[in-house]
Write a protein that binds this ligand. Structure first.
Ligand SMILES: [Zn+2]
Length: 284
């Protein structure tokens, strides 16, 4: 009896160890549904997971979720509520029936098999730059339709697909208390800096980043009372326009490459994530 018990214990321990060292994106990438738990993000935007995710409806009155085959239309319930609010505002803009919503998170958050270092907490959401002119796209349409790029000169400037409606929607998002940061290409930020006039406080949340010309990225702050959710440090005070201009200058006149080689990032294993993420995975 004792021998059987010992053998059993050993097996369980081995399984646990193997699990802890398993590449996290394979574990989280294989889950097709949310965990039956109270909604809670654990960890940071690029190293965490999400319990009790809610699924964004594939089609709502003012949005459609795109690329459904990716199964990344899952988020914290507050993220879903935020998308509903912002898309309603967007739908009042000329030429916009609402929003085309790109990736949020996997059903249990966590690292992904492809793309994105962040989007792990159900608090990041990508919104397509393409203004939705219809909200009755089929599943197939949503796989095949492409967004539009709104940049030129490698992101130093906006192109003629960028409109003031883009700015108005980003502004509405930045003014939403739930939002911590918005990532968009440098030329878009500088363009908005030029046109903002005296109402500029919202620009603080809009930060220049690589890519982000086919979509912009909205990052929500940790919901109130979400213990174990790690906020990113807030951006430095001010409108951030000088910083964005520096990004643009560097695109136009690239500084000499630095000699320090960047370390390739190690794959996250389950043990790298907060311990609650193991139960997020094993929960029903
Ligand atoms: Zn994103």
């Amino acid at each position: 009896m004792i021998r059987i018990f010992t053998a059993l214990l050993f097996t369980v321990l081995m399984a646990t160890t193997a699990n802890a060292e398993t590449i996290a994106k394979q574990l989280f990438g294989s889950k097709g549904t949310a965990s039956a738990q109270r909604p809670a993000p654990f960890g940071g935007y690029a190293k965490g997971c999400l319990a009790g995710a809610a699924q964004l409806a594939e089609t709502g009155p003012t949005w459609q979720a795109m690329r459904l085959s990716r199964n990344r239309n899952w988020g914290h319930p507050e993220t879903i509520a935020f998308i509903e609010r912002l898309s309603k505002k967007a739908s009042r803009r000329r030429g916009w029936k609402g929003l085309y919503v790109g990736d949020i998170s996997q059903p249990r958050g966590g690292p992904m098999l492809t793309g994105h270092a962040s989007h792990q907490l159900g608090l990041d959401v990508d919104i397509w730059m393409l203004p939705p002119d219809r909200l009755n796209l089929s599943r197939n349409d949503r796989e095949n339709l492409s967004s539009i790029s709104t940049r030129r000169a490698n992101g130093a400037f906006v192109n003629d697909r960028w409109t003031k409606q883009h700015m108005n929607i980003l502004k509405a998002a930045a003014k939403d208390k739930a939002v911590a940061r918005i990532f968009v290409f440098p030329g878009a930020k500088v363009e908005m800096c030029k046109r903002a006039g005296s109402d500029r406080a919202w620009l603080n949340k809009v930060r220049p980043w690589y890519g982000h010309h086919y979509h912009f990225h909205l990052r929500l702050a940790c919901p109130k009372g979400a213990q174990g959710c790690v906020n990113q440090a807030p951006p430095p005070p001010g409108d951030g326009c000088a910083d964005a201009q520096k990004w643009v200058d560097d695109i136009l006149n690239p500084p000499p490459p630095s000699n320090t080689p960047s370390q390739p990032r190690r794959e996250l294993v389950l043990a790298d994530l907060p311990q609650q993420c193991a139960s997020v995975l094993s929960s029903q």
